[in-house]
Design a protein around this ligand. Structure first.
Ligand code: IPE
Ligand code: IPE
Ligand code: MG
Length: 247
């Protein structure tokens, strides 16, 4: 697979992925119900999208609901589904104003017919926008993504290779994240982008997601800018051999 090393011109990640974690703890600290944290989480996402636009990031991929989150109490799952519908209604016009194209990577089958339709409508309504791609991963799991891609290739009789798999996974339209941020203090991937994060830079922030904003994001971006992405090569090779893949 081809990888481009980080150079002066690419000090800004092209694609940032975020595990938006810490909503429940944010609410608990305030003696509020967990759903209040999720609501505030939507506001934090709006702020973050705006900052990504301001900084010129091309792709933002966020984890909103995991395959495993169905294990939460039914009323929390219901609240999250309702919040998604509400956020879509409210945010799509703003996304259009700002040139944001929406995608919802994840397993659609398990969602209600109404949810599936509103996700498709939001994707359609924003499909011509070109400033930023926003992938909201909903009912997404990294293992589901890999198995789903492999199953589709097998059904089509396509040989399974790194390239065919990459082209069949749920983020094929944007390529791999350069930087993966997780808020909320946990240091784990929790079944997010397993295939796509093979060479992403990881950044863990103790900030709870509802408190996340431009300042916390800039910390992550500045940290990223100081990393040396070697993709298997040595540091000396990067300094002497130019910047092309396999240089
Ligand atoms: C992340 O916040 C949002 C979702 C998983 C939907 P959490 O709800 O996991 O918050 P904590 O981890 O309990 O604080
Ligand atoms: C990961 O957070 C999923 C999302 C942010 C949507 P979780 O809070 O569900 O992760 P675990 O269970 O603590 O690993
Ligand atoms: Mg959590």
């Amino acid at each position: 697979m081809l990888h481009s090393p980080n150079t002066a011109e690419t000090d800004l990640p092209r694609h940032v992925a975020i595990v938006m974690d810490g909503n429940g703890r944010w609410a608990k600290q305030r003696f509020l119900p967990r759903v209040a944290g999720h609501k505030q989480g939507v506001t934090a996402l709006r702020r973050t999208v705006q900052h990504a636009l301001d900084r010129g990031i091309e792709v933002l991929t966020v984890f909103a609901f995991s395959s495993e989150n169905w294990s939460r109490p039914a009323d929390e799952v219901n609240s999250l589904m309702k919040l998604l519908a509400l956020a879509l209604n409210r945010e799509v016009p703003l996304m259009n104003q700002n040139g944001v194209r929406l995608h919802f990577p994840g397993k659609k089958q398990a969602l209600s017919e109404r949810t599936i339709q509103s996700l498709a409508a939001a994707e359609m309504a924003t499909q011509n926008n070109r400033r930023l791609v926003l992938n909201v991963c909903f009912n997404y799991g990294g293992r589901w993504d890999i198995v789903d891609a492999a199953q589709r290739l097998a059904e089509q009789g396509v040989a399974i290779t790194e390239d065919s798999m990459a082209a069949a996974t749920a983020l094929a339209h944007v390529g791999d994240p350069d930087l993966l941020i997780r808020t909320g203090g946990e240091r784990r991937i929790s079944n997010f982008l397993l295939w796509q994060c093979a060479y992403s830079e990881l950044y863990f922030s103790d900030v709870l997601w509802p408190d996340f904003g431009p300042e916390a994001m800039d910390h992550a971006l500045n940290d990223f800018a100081r990393r040396e992405r070697r993709f298997g090569r040595t540091s000396d090779q990067l300094k002497t051999a130019g910047t092309g893949p396999h240089a």
